[in-house]
Design a protein around this ligand. Structure first.
Ligand SMILES: Cc1ncc(COP(=O)(O)O)c(C=O)c1O
Length: 401
């Protein structure tokens, strides 16, 4: 998963280009910066890789979601549908927009189940955020068909799948807006950072202004003398992040290629065990191979299998127990705990009614995740480590089956 594994001379060179100019800000300082525009160049190259018309780098993946929702005009009282397996940033951004998150089930792609999405659409639904979780594709074509039928814009949360594709098209290009995270554990990283892509000029202009206090970024108007269509906030990326991003983007194909090789080797070990099945990957060629997800026949077997792996120091992620990615463990949603003295967003909501969530609202997701184990895949997995994994997997299989 992490691009930091391949940090090298390329990142150092890019950073030193910036330090030599002394300009860390992505806008202005034309004279001092001596033609060095790292963030702008990263935007250009990222859009070009994806085949998107516009791109905007921002300070984090979480910020991309907030900016994208603002660009679409999502407002207090609106509903935004996302899924019950994602990092909490996806629904935090919806709450930050004043809107109400609504959660759909996931299916064995480990991403949004299209049928449940359609069931959850109401007249309040103003955006849909499917998430391409743990490196591979959501059923985005079917999701787009449903969204288009209802005239609702889609933001593809591609935070965990930069460089992934579906039938040759880059993830993030199917919806109105695609967003990416470059945080410290992502396939390409800038430490903190994210990218927004779109092919709609109006949305791009909204994003660009909103992420920078409303600045219009007009080529012939000096910054500070420009106009403001609306207030925004500061979600800007800085030049040092842009610099690292350029080096990392160039390495992305290599990172994915190596992860694919490692993932295949581990998958082969697991395939020998009768009773283990795998996450459905819609297009294996377009998988970024950051994770290998597999199912045991039942919850008890999954836990026992993982106990043996953990004893051998190669424990898998058991998302059922994870408090950051799995709906039934997002306790603040069920208890309505918040720092706001008014109880917002759970109480005094603009909808005119309090809203709290039920822990048992996604039974399909819960049943799936009881049986799910996930190995993170690294770029560098030496043969000794792989051999050690084989031994541990064999021991776990013997114990469980
Ligand atoms: C699915 C998903 N969306 C959004 C984010 C937020 O990205 P960031 O950590 O860059 O704020 C993450 C981060 O892990 C994520 O996994």
């Amino acid at each position: 998963m992490p691009g930091f594994e391949v940090f090298g001379e390329e990142e150092k060179k890019e950073i030193s280009d910036v330090l030599e100019t002394g300009v860390l800000f992505r806008y202005g300082f034309e004279k001092e910066r001596k033609g060095i525009w790292k963030v702008a160049e990263l935007e250009r190259r990222f859009a070009s890789m994806c085949g998107a018309s516009y791109s905007l780098a921002v300070s984090s993946g979480s910020a991309t979601l907030r900016v994208a929702l603002a660009a679409l005009g999502v407002s207090p009282g609106d509903e935004v549908i996302t899924q019950g397996f994602t990092f909490i940033a996806t629904w935090e951004a919806i709450i930050e927009s004043g809107a109400t998150p609504v959660f759909a089930e996931v299916d064995d792609t480990l991403c949004m189940e299209p049928a449940d999405l359609e069931r959850k659409i109401t007249e309040r639904t103003k955006a849909i955020i499917p998430v391409h979780m743990i490196g591979a594709q959501a059923n985005i074509k079917e999701i787009m068909t449903i969204a288009n039928r209802h005239g609702i814009p889609v933001i593809e949360d591609t935070a965990q799948a930069a460089g992934g594709t579906l039938d040759g098209d880059y993830l993030g290009t199917f919806g109105a807006i695609g967003i990416f995270s470059f945080d410290p554990v992502k396939t390409m990283t800038t430490g903190e950072g994210g990218m927004i892509i779109t092919s709609e000029k109006d949305l791009y202009l909204n994003c660009s202004a909103f992420h920078d206090h409303g600045h219009e970024h007009l080529p012939d108007v000096e910054r500070g003398l420009d106009n403001r269509r609306f207030p925004g906030f500061n979600f800007r990326m800085m030049e040092l992040q842009g610099a690292i991003g350029l080096a990392q983007l160039a390495k992305l194909p290599f990172i994915i290629q190596e992860q694919k090789k490692n993932k295949e080797k581990i998958k082969k070990m697991l395939q020998r065990i009768e009773g283990i099945t795998f996450r459905s990957i819609l297009d294996p060629d377009g998988d970024t191979a950051t994770f290998l997800a597999f199912f045991l026949p039942d919850a008890q077997k999954a836990r026992r299998f993982n106990q043996v792996l953990s004893k051998n120091n190669v424990g898998a992620i058991y998302y059922k127990d994870n408090t950051w990615h799995f709906y039934p463990n997002w306790h603040e949603l069920f208890k309505g705990t918040t720092l706001c003295k008014t109880g917002w967003p759970f109480k005094n909501n603009i909808r005119g009614a309090d809203f709290l969530y039920r822990k048992d609202a996604l039974p399909k997701t819960e049943a799936l995740f009881e049986r799910l184990l996930v190995f993170p895949i690294s770029v560098k997995m030496p043969e000794e480590r792989l051999a050690h994994m084989i031994t541990a997997i064999e021991a776990a299989a013997q114990e469980v089956f």
